[in-house]
Design a protein around this ligand. Structure first.
Ligand code: 3BY
Ligand code: FES
Ligand code: FE
Length: 408
């Protein structure tokens, strides 16, 4: 029985260590992950800036479930299962697009942007269109970030919304536009992609572009923090306090993390020289030295909110050993390409960093396939991985049947 296997693996798990091998590489466990995590929790889908006009849509794949997120005629963000109520065909095929109405490519049933079926050609008089609307998906928009949940009983997002809003709202993500977006596929389990993002232990050895500007420390009271960083932190926080911008770590438990941290001395943005990537600051800020708000939420999202742009990451598992990572760069809605920003300058640091992280995650996956793999200890600076592993183990324990299966 799969549940018994999962229970054994959870018992075998050593807290503070990477997970037992099958959690990373096994196809059956992957399907359990999809049910226990991706089909129950809220997932980051897109930014409202990706769907500014009625009919704009973005698609995503949640395990076996294709979903479409779109802007309806009232300007609201809505989401539906992307599965036709005739015989089930996927309707929207592209990663993103624009449609006046959703027309199924198979037999051309036509749906309004609110999901109602408005035309089903050749169907008899007696056919009731009103009972064949697209199945809705739960949506919440938090500071311009669209989250969706395909569970019938979505968990509360209230603590997350309350926790992150004071940090993010000042950057006005809902008044941005997409400058660039790219999706890469990593040949690695989704948990390795997330683990990789949750520590900077690997940064010095792997991220020359990112480390021009990014400070490696994740917390101001990190025991490894250098005196120099402490002084930078003190100066930065005094400035942010005077602007009323929160910076101390939010209490997100294992669900989310939100903190404002400075860039390296004299650096303002993720560029190769530390200068701004966009002359027009977001939110009409006049102060360019805002560091970045680093916010992530399990299971599939991390972000940086800067003075001059915002960068958002969406992780979607494709199979046990393949994961899609979409990165979106947002700038002020009135910023002009070629005048205020240059796409290459804006994107080069994280395009390089993503590729470096892809290679790390792929190597990690291949090494875990080794019969010699044993879970290894997280370093103190990998405390976010400990949180992640505990959170994941809790999810799996809940999935297979309650607290008895939970790790102590
Ligand atoms: O900046 C990030 O998104 C994280 C933090 C450290 C490693 N990773 C690059
Ligand atoms: Fe969509 Fe037939 S499956 S119209
Ligand atoms: Fe990295």
């Amino acid at each position: 029985m799969l549940n018994d296997r999962i229970a054994r693996l959870l018992q075998e798990r050593k807290p503070g260590h990477s997970l037992p091998r099958d959690f990373y590489v096994d196809e059956e466990i992957f399907r359990a992950d999809m049910r226990a995590v991706f089909e129950t929790d809220w997932l980051f889908a897109c930014s409202v800036a990706e769907i500014p006009r009625p009919g704009d849509y973005v698609t995503m794949q949640i395990g076996d479930n294709p979903v479409v997120i779109l802007r309806n005629r009232d300007g609201e963000v809505v989401a539906f299962h992307n599965s036709c109520r005739h015989r089930g065909s996927m309707i929207c095929q592209k990663e993103q697009g624009r449609a006046n109405r959703l027309v199924c490519p198979y037999h051309q049933w036509v749906y309004e942007l609110d999901g109602t079926l408005i035309n089903a050609r050749q169907m008899p008089e007696s056919f009731d269109k009103s009972t064949h609307s697209l199945a809705p998906v739960h949506v919440e928009v938090i500071c311009g970030m669209v989250y969706v949940c395909i569970s019938d009983q979505p968990p509360s997002l209230a603590a997350f919304r309350a926790g992150v809003t004071p940090y993010i709202a000042p950057h006005m993500p809902d008044r941005t536009k997409v400058a660039f977006s790219t999706t890469i596929v990593e040949e690695a389990n989704w948990k390795l992609v997330i683990e990789n993002n949750r520590e900077c232990y690997h940064c010095a050895g792997n991220h020359p572009e990112l480390l021009v500007t990014l400070v490696e420390f994740a917390l101001p009271d990190d025991p490894l923090v250098a005196a120099q960083f402490q002084s930078l932190m003190d100066r930065s926080t005094a400035r942010w306090d005077s602007l009323g911008l929160p910076h101390k770590p939010a209490d997100g438990g294992t669900e989310f993390r939100c903190i404002r941290l400075p860039f390296n001395e004299n650096c303002l943005s993720f560029t190769m020289d530390g200068g701004l990537a966009c002359k027009k600051l977001v939110a009409d800020f006049t102060e360019p030295d805002l560091g970045s708000v680093r916010m992530f939420r399990v299971p599939n999202n991390w972000n940086h909110f800067l003075s001059d742009h915002i960068i958002q990451f969406r992780v979607l598992p494709l199979s046990a050993n393949r994961t899609a990572v979409k990165t979106t760069w947002l700038v002020h809605e009135d910023a002009v390409e070629g005048v205020d920003y240059d796409v290459e300058r804006l994107t080069e640091v994280w395009i390089a960093t993503n590729d470096e992280d892809r290679i790390l995650a792929e190597n990690n996956h291949r090494g875990i396939l080794s019969k010699a793999y044993r879970p290894g200890p997280y370093a103190p600076s990998e405390f976010m991985l400990r949180n992640f592993a505990d959170w994941y183990a809790g999810k799996m324990a809940d999935h297979i049947g309650g607290p008895a299966a939970r790790m102590a």
